[in-house]
Design a protein around this ligand. Sequence first.
Ligand code: ADP
Ligand code: MG
Length: 923
Amino acid sequence: MTAQRTAQPVPLEQPWAAPAERVVESLDVVAADGLAEAEVARRQRIHGANRLQQIERRSALRILADQFASLMMLLLAAAAALAFALGHTVDGVAILVVIAINAAIGFFVELRGTRSMEALHKLVEVDARVRRGGSVARMPAEGLVPGDIVVFEGGDLISADLRVIEAANLQADESTLTGESVPVDKSVDAVDAQAPVADRSSMLHGGTAVTRGSGEGVVVAIGLATELGKVSSLVARTASEATPLERRLQTLGRRLIWATLALTATLAVVGLALGRDLALMLQIAVALAVAAVPEGLPVVATIALARGMWRMARQNVLVSRLSAVETLGATGVICTDKTGTLTENRMTATRIVLGSGEEVALDSGEEIAPGPVEWNAPASGGGNAPAHPGSPSAAHGALLRRALETAVLCNNASLDPGDGASGTGDPLEVALLAAGRRAGIDRAALLAAHPQERAEAFDTATRMMATFHRRDRGFLEAVKGAPEQVIAACAAVDTGERAQPMSASAREHWLAASARMGEGGLRVLALARRELASPDAQPYRDLVLVGLVGLADPPRRDVASAIDECRAAGIRVVMVTGDQPATARHVARAVGLRVDDASGVAHGSALGAGGEHPELLDATIVARVDPAQKLDLIAMHQASGMIVAMTGDGVNDAPALKKADIGVAMGQRGTQVAREAADMVLMDDAFGSIVFAVRQGRVIFDNIRKFVVYLVSCNVSEIMVVSLATLANAPLPLLPLQILYLNLITDVFPALALGVGPGDPRIMSRPPRPAGEPILTGAHWLAIAAYGALITAAVLCAFAAAHYALGLSIRQAVTVSFIALAFAQLLHTFNMRDAASPLLVNEITRNGYVWGALALCTALILLAVHLPGLALVLRLESPGAQGWALALAAACAPLLLGQLFGAASRRRCGQGSGIRSATANSR
Ligand code: ADP
Ligand code: MG
C-alpha cells in the first residue's frame, strides 16, 4: 500500500497484464476493506457516474414546446390568423385562448405521465454488491468508482470493467462485447499485455454476465471508459419510447385528420356553391378539422399505461417495458416454473431411500443417527437384501451417514448458526444441510477433514452437481442430481456391506423408486460417490449410488385461485419444469391445475428434435425441460397464434425470456441476467402476481379502447351536425368557436376519466383478445357510427324544434343545440359500460373520476351559457326554461335509445350493445 496518498490514484494502463495485487495497489485500496465512503464521494466527483447512456430527462420546457408541434395547433393558429385577417378580433383572441388552454392541459397531463414513467425506470436499475468501509452491501451500479471492490457470482451482470482478484470456477458470457456466445473461463492470472479484449481472462467487462462461479474484482474503469463504453457512443435515450399501441393511436389520429380535412374541403366547396359566406365557411372548415382531431389519444394512452404500471408496481410487479402492458392483456398461454412460483421453495428433506432399499423418515423431528431413527420395511426388495425392519445394523447406520455426508459435501449453501433449518443458498441445499445437522453432520467440520479441491457446478442441462474432496488416501467425488442422470452414471449400488453392480434391472428398480417418491409430491435427488486417485478426473463416471433423498416443498396457497382465474379467462397455464413428471403431476394437482391423464404430461426431450409435436401443444406439464427446449415450446405456442408469457430465473433462461412475448423474471430467486432479459419482474416470485398483471393489462387496453370509441363517436357527431346543416343549406346549429369550446371540454375530462377507470370486475371471465386485433374493430366502427348518428339526430331535432316549435330566435336555438350536444356527449360516457354489466352499477358509475369530470364539464357548460362575457364570445344566449328542457331531453335521447337498442340486440343474439359486444361480434 502506498503510504502517501496521491491526489488521484493512477490506474495501470493494462490491468489485465499486471498481477492482481499490483492493480489493487495502484488503485489505492485495500481489497479486504474496500474504499472508505469519503474516498468514494471524492472519486465520484472526479469520475462522475458509472453510466453508458444518458437517460435523458425530458425537460418541462421540451414537453411544453412539443404541445405546439402538432397539426391541430397549426390548424388553430391558421384559424386565429384568418380571424384577425378578417377583422374578427374577438374570435381571433378566443382561438388564441383555446390554443393556450389546450397547450396547458396537454402540458400538465404529459408532464405527469412522463415523470411517472421516469420514476418507474429508476425502479428497474441494475445494482452491484460492493465492499466499502469493510462490509459488503448492494447498491446501484451507477455509483461505482475505480478502486471499488465488487463481489459477484453466477447470474450477476457486470456493470464496470473489473480486474479479477479472486475467482472460483469463474465463467462469463461476453457475447455483448465480443460476439462469442460460449462462456469463457476467467481467473486471477495475468495475461499478455497485447491480448485482445476477448482473451483478457483476468478481466470481467462491463455489460457481460457471470454465468457460473464466484469471485471478486476491483473496478478499473467505469462508464464510457469501459471497453463497452469505447465501442458504444453516448446515445441520448429517452426513458419512454412510443409503444406499438401509442404508435397505432398516432396513426389512427393521423388518418382521422386527413379524412376530416378531405370532408371539410368538400363541405367548404359545397357551402360556397350554395352561396354561404366565405369567411364563415373557412372558419367552419378549420373548427371541424380541429374538432375531429383526437389529439388527446396518445397522451391519454400514456397516462393510462403509466397508471397501470404504478398500480402493478404497488403489487410487486415491475414492468420494464411500457409496451409489455398492452401485450399482457392479450396473453393466451402462461408457461410457469414449478419450484418457487407454484411452490413455496421452502424445502424439507423428508425421507431417504438407501442403497440397501430401506427407507428412512428424516422429518420425524427427532435426532437422526448415529443409527437411523425409524426403519420401514423396504417398499420393494428389488434385488437388494433388506435388513430386518426395526433393527438398524451398524452397516446401515454407516450407509445413512455416507448418504447424508454426500449431500452435505456436494453443497453450496450454508446454515445459519443455532439449530434452526434456515440458511443461505439454494433452499434445496439448505434443506440437505439441515437434515445433516440433525444427524450430527456439520459441513464446516466435514470440509475441514475433507477439503474441497474442485467442483462441477449444478447445470440445468446435465441436472447434476459434483464436488471433489481430499481424503486421507486419495480423493472423493460427491455427486447429487436428478435420478435419471445420476442413476445412468452409476456402475454400482452401495448396499451397506458392499457395492453391488448396477444391473439393467436394478436401474429400472431405482428409477421406479424415484417415480414412486415423486408421486407423493417429493422432489427427488439421487446421491452418489466415487473414490478417486486424482481430483482432476472426469466427473460423473462409474459412480456408486448411495441413495435417493426426497424433499417436500409445499404448494403456494394463493396459486389455486389464480389458476381458477386463468381458466375462467381462457388463459392456458403450462407448468414447465426441470423436475420429473411424477413430482410435477403431484404439484399440479395440489395447486388445482387440471392434468389430462392421457396427454397432460409431455417430456422435454420431445422438444428441440424438430418436427411436429401436437401433443406438446396440449400438454399441461412439460417435465425435464432444459432451458434451450423452452425456446421451442414458446415458438410452438406462438406459431399457433398465442401470446406467450414465460417465467425464468437462471442465466440460461435469458434467451427464453427474450423470445417470449412476456418474459417474467423472479425478483427474489432470479439472477440479474434473467431480470435484465425480462419484460416484467415479480418482486414476490408469486404466480398470482402474473395473473394480476394480466388483469391489469386487460383493464388498461379496455380503458384505452373505451375512450377511443368515446372520443371518435363524439367527434363524428360534431362533424355530422355541421355537415348535414351545410348540405341542407339550413342555418348552422353550431358555430366554430362553440365547437372548439365543446371539444376542449369533452375531449379531455371524460376521456381521461375513462382512461383511468377501475375496469370491469368480470374482465377475467372473457377469453383473451386475439393477438394483433386492432384497437377499433369493424364492430367498434359500427358502434361509433350508430352513436354518432343518434347524437346528431337528437341535436338536429332539438335545433329545429327550438326554432320552429318553440319559436326561439336562431341564436337561442343554436344555444339549445349546443347544450343538447354537450350533454349528449357527457351522457354518452355511460354508453361505454360493459354491455353485460348492470345498467346502474357498473365500472363507469363506480368510477369516481367520471363523476368528477361530469360535474366539472356541467359547470363549464353553464358558464358558457350564463356567464355574460363568455356567452357573448361564444354567441350563446339563454334559451329559457323551455329551451333548457328541450335541450336536456334531446341530450338524454341517445343514451336511452342506445341502451334500448343494446337490450334489443342482446335479446336477439345473446349479446349486448356497447364496447364489449363490439369486441365479441368481431370474432
Ligand atoms: P424446477 O423446474 O423444479 O425449478 P430445476 O431445473 O431447478 O427444476 O431442477 C431440475 C432438477 O435438477 C431437479 O428436479 C433436481 O433433480 C435437480 N437439481 C436441482 N437443483 C439441484 C442442485 N442444487 N444439485 C443437484 N441437482 C439439482
Ligand atoms: Mg429451478
